[in-house]
Structure formats: C-alpha cells, structure tokens
Design a binder for this molecule. Structure first.
Ligand SMILES: [Zn+2]
Length: 164
C-alpha cells in the first residue's frame, strides 16, 4: 500500500492538537496517549506518543522526544506496520497569542496575518486570490471560492474570522 502526501507540508498546532497535512487537511486527534514509540533519530532519546490522528487508512502518531523535545510523526498502516517517520514543524502558538492580543479578530486585510498561518490552511493560489480581492484587484474567483470554504477552519485554528 502506498500513502501519498507532501511531507514538507506537515505541521502541528500544539494548543489545538491539530495535525495539518497537505496544506488544508486539519486532523484532530482521536486519542491522546503517552506510549513509548522508539528512539529519536536525532539524539537517540526516547520518543513518546502525544496524539493519534487518522489519516486516510493510516494512523499518524505525533511523538515528542523526551530528551531533545523534537516533534516527529510516525505513520502506521492499517495493520499497525511502521510506514515512515517524518519531521513536523510547529505552528507557533506564542506568536499566535501575542498577535491575537493586538490585532482585530475580524479581518478584511490579510496583509497583517503572518504568512505561516495563512500557508497552514490555504494554498498559494488561494492566498494570492485573497490578497488581490482585499486590495480590490482582479482575482480568480474559483480560488477565492475554495479559500472561503476554509474560513471556518482558519477561525477555529487561529481565531480570525476572515471577511474577504
Ligand atoms: Zn531527541
């Protein structure tokens, strides 16, 4: 069996415990449990599971190294055979909190939202369309339409209700 996803798009939101795969799929955990999952590939410290997520027919386990605190994702197939281990970047919640305090919650100008947040949810073309629309420029309707379907996800993840 093969699993296909863009490994460079793996992100994890610590406060929400949401796993983000392929830019726009946000997957909440179905289980939170701490189990020893092996050794860290960086420092050989113990890897502990943190949250478990369903991804297609697979189970993605977010793990944290007990020594170096590195986050990894280990993917298992439906028979719980090891498929692969992948690095995952963290959506910066400290940044999110400080920005949320000073910015309006309702946004019609997305220029003030950190790119990493937008990129977590929206594709580059969708972001481009949102920027163009907010500036009153020409935009591709289909991309904005696709982006609007994710506004509630974006609000759930980052607390901004977009009005574009
Ligand atoms: Zn480690």
């Amino acid at each position: 069996m093969k699993v296909s996803f863009d490994k460079s798009t793996l992100r994890y939101s610590l406060p929400n415990k949401l796993l983000c795969i392929d830019d726009n799929r946000l997957i909440p955990p179905f289980e939170e449990e701490e189990n020893e999952m092996g050794v860290c590939s960086e420092c050989e410290g113990p890897l502990f599971s943190f949250t478990y997520h369903n991804f297609q027919d697979y189970t993605a386990v977010v793990c944290r190294c007990g020594d170096c605190s590195l986050l990894r994702i280990i993917l298992f197939d439906p028979a719980w055979e090891w498929v692969g281990e992948y690095p995952v970047s963290i959506i910066d919640d400290a940044l999110q909190n400080s920005v949320n305090l000073t910015e309006k919650k309702s946004m019609s100008d997305i220029g003030n939202i950190a790119a990493v947040k937008l990129e977590t949810v929206f594709s580059p073309r969708e972001i481009e369309a949102m920027i163009q629309k907010s500036k009153g420029e020409k935009y591709v309707r289909q991309y904005l339409y696709n982006a609007r379907k994710k506004y509630s996800l974006f609000n759930e993840l980052f607390g901004y209700s977009l009005e574009i």
